[in-house]
Design a protein around this ligand. Structure first.
Ligand SMILES: [Zn+2]
Length: 510
């Protein structure tokens, strides 16, 4: 079959859907600087399973004792997903995977001459024979086997076809086209994937070195592949793998093909970003902070008239909510809506003044938070806002175990003191504030973000916090050269706003 004669993806028979293999715990963990503990891997595996991922590659059993203990821990979770280990073309690797109790293996054998002769120092023929032997060995031991032809995109296609056909004949459950170094164009991918799909069940493993991981994954599916390998957030070696959440939404939105529980992708993305320390770019598709945020006046106005005006699909579909942000692009409609949401009504003249001041802050390159907007509105309307919660004093001690902090607050004019502990001084101080105000408000901290504005150890840091109670969310920013102080100030400002907008205070009983 030639590439040009393939049907477009939307005309392809996908009644059985497309399966996903998640390799966040193996290929994803190979991203520079990432190392997950066994507890973190088990936690992520549980979430992947709950989201309906078909196969979870839990690690490489050959890596060492720690990795094997982790894979065993994942297999012991008794998930619905099939749990596999990555194995090189060595019987020792297969034995180690068997020791971990996995359901199957992803057996990686060299496919390109660069790997066959240059890396493994064998011949094409010997490599085929070795692959057949290992597939038979693994299937004899009851393992599900997927054979991955490493560097397949740079292999001689006739040889790749011969190697993969031999693997299937030997009893492999499926084969996988691997663009190991992210080298292939969609045309080359289509040629390889369709050749393999003619042989039997085929997966596709694409990398993003050319920014083509997603296009190549979709082309593979159009060519007959029925399983896509990927990682949460697209983390992985070099430029990373294709992002599973992007594959899932593209197949759903563009082709009406179900893969996983989309509502869980945002939680998964945040979990993986937190545990790996690889933050999400704000403009990242599906799960980036700005993916459903509208700031420009024209876009905000349009969105207020029709949610779908500037969005391809609703945020709720991927477990998120829409945000209207205020900044230099803000317009009257967006600001009026933001004030309205917080129960503040203004006259036309007042609104014009609020808009002018919001834009002035935006022009200075700053984000306008909810607290900023309310302060501006109060000053324009001449209504003085009475703070109900104020910080009087803060002491935080690190270097003791556990780190401890105490705060002194004025709540409705009455002094209150509280001390608490935490994982560090900031955590301890934040806990002290939350406990001190537990009578007034039960608020949750939804996001916490720190930026250093200047370099050096005396840098001024800006802390952004987002807190919510019930349906209400407040975002506040505070800057200080002391990170604990900035964090506590932002948190108290946010809680003060949430208290002020809530019911009357409940008197403290102690
Ligand atoms: Zn890879």
């Amino acid at each position: 079959m030639t590439g040009a004669s393939l049907p477009p993806l939307d005309a392809t028979d996908l009644d059985d859907g497309v399966k996903l293999l998640d390799t966040t715990l193996r290929d994803g963990e190979q991203a520079p600087g990432v190392s997950l503990t066994s507890e973190e891997k088990a936690h992520i595996a549980r979430k992947l399973d709950a989201a309906g991922i078909d196969v979870i590659e839990a690690g490489s059993a050959c890596t060492g004792d720690g990795e094997r203990a982790t894979i065993e821990r994942v297999t012991a979770l008794d998930l619905s997903a099939r749990v596999t280990s990555f194995c090189r073309g060595l019987q020792r690797d297969v034995d180690l995977a068997l020791d971990c109790g996995v359901d199957g293996i992803d057996l990686v054998v060299p496919a390109s001459d660069r790997h066959v002769t240059g890396k493994v120092d064998t011949t094409r023929e010997a490599n085929v024979a070795r692959t057949v032997e290992l597939v038979e060995y693994a299937t004899d031991h009851g393992l599900w086997v997927e054979v991955i032809g490493e560097d397949g995109s740079r292999a001689d296609l006739d040889y790749l076809e011969r190697l993969m056909a031999a693997a299937l004949d030997a009893g492999a459950d499926r084969v996988c086209y691997a663009d190991t170094v992210g080298h292939a164009t969609p045309e080359r991918t289509r040629e390889c994937a369709s050749t393999l799909a003619d042989l039997g069940p085929t997966s596709t493993h694409t990398h993003d070195d050319l920014g083509l991981a997603m296009a190549n994954a979709l082309v593979s599916v159009a060519a007959g592949a029925d399983m896509v390998h990927g990682t949460v957030n697209g983390i992985g070696e070099r430029a990373g793998n294709v992002a599973l959440e992007e594959v899932a939404i593209a197949l759903d939105h563009g082709y009406d093909v179900a893969t996983m529980d989309l509502e869980r992708v945002y939680d998964l993305a945040q979990l993986v970003a937190n545990r790996t320390g690889i933050p999400l770019a704000p403009n990242k598709a599906v799960v980036g902070e700005n993916a459903f945020t509208h700031e420009s006046g024209i876009h905000t106005d349009g969105t207020l008239k029709d949610d779908a005006m500037y969005e391809p699909y609703p945020p709720e579909k991927v477990g998120r909510t829409r945000r209207l942000a205020l900044g230099k692009h803000a317009g009257r409609a967006g600001i009026e809506a933001a004030l309205d949401e917080r129960g503040v009504s203004v006259t036309d003249e007042e609104l014009a003044e609020v808009v002018a001041r919001v834009k002035a802050i935006g022009d200075r390159g700053k984000r306008v938070t909810d607290a900023d907007l309310l302060t501006i509105a109060e000053s324009v309307r001449g209504t003085d806002y009475d703070r109900r919660v104020e910080l009087l004093d803060l002491t935080a001690i690190s270097g003791v175990n556990p780190p401890t902090a105490s705060v002194r607050l004025a709540v409705d004019g009455e002094e209150r003191e509280n001390a608490s502990t935490g994982s560090g001084p900031v955590d301890a101080a934040m806990n002290a504030v939350v406990e001190a105000l537990s009578h007034e408000i039960e608020a949750s901290l939804d996001s916490y973000h720190v930026d250093a504005i200047t370099g050096g150890t005396d840098a001024v840091v800006t802390v952004d916090v987002e807190m919510s109670r019930d349906d209400e969310t407040v975002a506040v920013t505070a800057s200080d050269s002391d990170i604990t102080s900035a964090s506590v100030t932002a948190m108290i400002d946010a809680m003060d706003r949430l208290v002020a907008s809530g019911e009357e205070p409940v008197p403290a009983d102690d």
